[in-house]
Design a protein around this ligand. Structure first.
Ligand SMILES: NC(=O)c1ccc[n+]([C@@H]2O[C@H](COP(=O)([O-])OP(=O)(O)OC[C@H]3O[C@@H](n4cnc5c(N)ncnc54)[C@H](OP(=O)(O)O)[C@@H]3O)[C@@H](O)[C@H]2O)c1
Length: 351
């Protein structure tokens, strides 16, 4: 038997956490077609908090179910190693990247693909496929063992940055001269700013007063303002990563008709607010469009080029803080959840 730990959170109060311990059967008790993964290295950012805040709406609690009443397991992105396997193509020692639980181990039922596998476990079949795919590192052209920290932190976020910026450019920025970006200190926001540099629009970052200096230091925005400052009145697209109803209303009041597009991407302020004036950004739509326009290989090539440009700089923007084990994982969770984490430091946890 294999000892497993799992961090669970209270689904109605994300500040309440527990570490559960149980035992998993290893070989020979693993079912045919099952593989046991040992989770090794993950990143944790505000994006993971969003999975908890809207866990019921999108189904994020259903990826890694727990029997603990009223609790849930927060998904993370990272690397895991095959430790026991009934699948010849995935022998012990195979390293994979994908969606992982706050837990030391995960049993998957792999359906092989050209670059890895999809977890075909029954409880995941009707969940969005992008979260069910795992890449084998040796089959992933973008994998670089020296960049594992950057990959666990940024890769799931940068795909959104890349597609969002691409949607704007694809639509001539809706005729805007300025793009205003909230939670400008967040990784997904500044990744988007990096993709929009030199695209002929002025980039204005809105952030909390305490994060103004850091956001300026990135050198990615033309102007950085605290949330309560007034923006210039000119044709503007708003990219909202904060989800703040107050910031949205203030922008609409000030810009009026000059606010040509209002796009909602995130909710770092942790209040799910819906507003008919804002259009939700759904990355898979732009992904589908560009797959049709460029083909899968063309898209992968363009993303790869943007990703290499981003990772070449990202290491200078944000330092890495390392942590290990369930207790330190909980400490990081509490800091990120409460907005205490500093944007100049990103957290990587080894299990
Ligand atoms: N739709 C999609 O496909 C998609 C994909 C990726 C990410 N996202 C979303 O984009 C957002 C940013 O994610 P990330 O992982 O890039 O974030 P991150 O780098 O961890 O962002 C940290 C920043 O978020 C703000 N923040 C964090 N916690 C807060 C709190 N408790 N109260 C108020 N502000 C807080 C602060 O920025 P400021 O001071 O600058 O506000 C902080 O510097 C998330 O909501 C995420 O879900 C959406």
């Amino acid at each position: 038997m294999i000892s497993r730990w799992t961090v669970v959170v209270d689904r109605d109060d994300l500040t309440k956490t527990d570490v559960l311990h149980d035992e998993l059967p290893g070989l020979p008790e693993l079912d045919d077609c099952e593989v046991l993964l040992r989770v090794d290295r993950v990143g944790l950012t505000a994006n993971n908090v969003t999975y908890g805040v809207i866990g019921d709406v999108i189904g994020y609690w259903r990826f890694f179910p727990t029997t603990a009443e009223g609790r849930g397991v927060i998904p993370l992105w990272g690397f895991a190693d095959v430790v026991e396997s009934t699948v010849d193509a995935l022998p012990a020692g195979t390293r994979v990247y994908g969606y992982l639980p706050m837990s030391s181990h995960l049993v998957v039922r792999p359906k092989l693909t050209s670059s890895g596998f999809v977890d075909a476990a029954e409880h995941r079949t009707d969940l969005p496929s992008v979260y069910n795919s795992y890449l084998i590192t040796t089959s992933d052209p973008a994998y670089d063992p020296r960049l594992e920290d950057l990959q666990v932190l940024y890769r799931p976020l940068f795909m959104t940055s890349f597609l969002l910026a691409d949607q704007l450019v694809d639509n001539d920025c809706y005729g805007a001269r300025t793009v205003v970006i909230s939670s400008a200190s967040s990784k997904t926001a500044f990744g988007t700013a990096q993709c929009l540099r030199d695209k002929g629009v002025r980039l204005v970052g809105l952030t909390s007063p305490r994060n103004v200096e850091f956001t300026k230091s990135l050198g990615l925005y033309d102007t950085v303002l605290p949330y309560d400052a007034a923006v210039d009145v000119e044709p503007t697209v708003y990219l909202d990563f904060s989800g703040s109803a107050d910031v949205r209303s203030a922008l609409h009041d000030r810009l009026g008709e000059a606010l040509v597009k209002d796009i909602s991407i995130g909710l770092t302020h942790q209040a799910a607010s819906q507003d008919a004036r804002s259009q939700f950004f759904f990355a898979p739509d732009q992904l589908r469009k560009r797959t049709a326009d460029w083909g899968s290989a063309g898209l992968a090539e363009r993303f790869g080029e943007a990703w290499r440009g981003f990772t070449a700089q990202a290491g200078d923007w944000v330092g890495i803080a390392r942590h290990s084990g369930p207790d330190e994982l909980i400490d990081v969770w509490q800091a990120v959840l409460r907005g205490r984490a500093n944007p100049d430091t990103a957290d990587v946890i080894t299990f």
